[in-house]
Design a protein. Structure first.
Length: 414
């Protein structure tokens, strides 16, 4: 039996296996509330077998709400009722469900919102010509309250818990990062001060919904002078010392380092070069460590667990490409997996919803014409997905492109 098939406990709740569908969204949302199509997507994904499912980021504040209104919104009074079907779609199919809560902070961007966007300090995003409004101490308390209230609503909707999005350069990450948090008050100045807002959010959630799972998602920054992996690990340990979470989820990079188009079925594995650091972090946390870094192959997933670098392993885009990817990997049907080719096109465009170049089943009802059937052959007229892995393993191709440096070789674990 694969090590991935082993049951894992998170806050006393059993996960049926070690594979996690990490956070991603569908944009099947109207005025911030999920639609029946959104619930149907998550139901189908949960039926594919992951032990844990984390939804895409749900906004906790009007100040982090986009004009398009396609990210979810938890800051409305009716959110608990509106999200009930979505939560049930996941939990009724055997997966533990977490709702990811997010505030974009300075990455909300002026052209995307009607309201002034906010940040811990007057440090402008390179993606935005205007400066974000600096949060006051009272504003910080309101941010804490917005996360706590939103968490309560999601738990009341039926989610097993929530994930705090403190990764990828968004607001909570902006507080943790010394490059974007220049404050000298209680919410800055030193590592404990920078982590205070996260600690207070966790404390608030524990007080109002003590049985809920609380996950914390973190990532090293790709920004100049930003947090490296060692600093991320130190911040995680500060949180665990003061108000422990039940799960730490480690991703990679930030919004500024996002690569729009890669085009390879085997992206570089950032965790491979960080093996000793990940082992040290896992040993010090006292709770499971989830790592998600563009995994595609079962061997890479298994090595993370076997080498002591992770308790859980996460994938997002592969679940869009093939909702049965978990079941196929756990039953040895690797060659039947419809592979994600990392083109980052339809899954990020939201035009009109999250789509996938190799999965035409994601098209809205009534919009799958005869031409869509050719999409399963993938871009560049590659063989159909079921044959493509065999074709790639025979050395006849390496996907539809590659990393920007032209290299086609993955970073491998030592």
């Amino acid at each position: 039996m694969s090590v991935l098939a082993e049951e894992v406990l998170v806050a006393g709740r059993p996960l049926r296996n070690r594979i996690v569908a990490t956070a991603h969204g569908t944009a099947s949302v109207v005025d911030g509330m999920p639609t029946a199509a959104d619930a149907a997507y998550w139901r189908r994904l949960a039926q594919g077998g992951p032990g844990l499912v984390v939804t895409g980021g749900i906004s906790v504040s009007a100040a982090s709400t986009l004009r398009a209104r396609y990210p979810g919104e938890a800051w409305h009074d009716h959110a608990a009722e509106a999200y009930r079907e979505k939560a049930s779609a996941i939990t009724s199919n055997g997966a533990v469900a977490l709702a990811q809560l997010c505030h974009l902070g300075r990455e909300t961007l002026g052209a995307a919102t009607f309201l002034p966007f906010e940040a811990p300090s007057p440090v402008r995003s390179p993606r935005e010509p205007a400066m974000a409004r600096t949060l006051t101490v009272d504003d910080c308390a309101e941010v804490v309250a917005s996360f706590v209230t939103s968490a309560c609503r999601m738990v009341d909707a039926g989610f097993d818990g929530i994930e705090l999005h403190a990764a990828h350069g968004y607001l909570l990450a902006q507080f943790l990062d010394p490059a974007t948090n220049l404050r000298t008050d209680r919410y800055g100045g030193y590592r404990g001060g920078r982590a205070r807002i996260v600690v207070e959010i966790v404390e608030g959630i524990r007080a109002c919904r003590p049985g809920a799972i609380v996950s914390l998602r973190l990532s090293p920054s790709t920004d100049p002078g930003g947090m490296d992996l060692a600093e991320v690990c130190r911040s995680a340990l500060v949180v665990q010392e003061r108000s422990p979470v039940d799960l730490v989820s480690l991703s990679w990079g930030s919004r500024l380092g996002y690569t729009p188009d890669m085009g390879t079925d085997r992206p570089p594995l950032a965790a491979a070069a960080a093996a000793p650091t990940l082992r040290e972090l896992r040993a010090g946390l006292g709770v499971p460590l989830l790592v998600g870094v563009s995994f595609r192959d079962r061997a890479d997933l298994e090595s993370m667990v076997d080498d002591g670098r992770a308790d859980l392993v996460g994938m997002a885009r592969p679940h869009l490409a093939d909702p049965d990817v978990t079941t196929k990997l756990l039953t040895g049907r690797d060659d039947d997996v419809r592979p994600c080719v990392s083109c980052n096109e339809d899954c990020r465009a939201f035009d009109p919803v999250a789509l996938c170049v190799v999965n035409p089943d994601l098209a809205p009802p009534g919009e799958r014409g005869p031409a869509s059937r050719s999409a399963v052959g993938g871009p560049a007229h590659l063989p159909p997905p079921r044959d493509r892995r065999r074709w790639l393993r025979r050395g006849r191709g390496r996907g539809t492109g590659g990393p920007r440096d032209g290299s086609h070789d993955r970073a491998r674990a030592p």
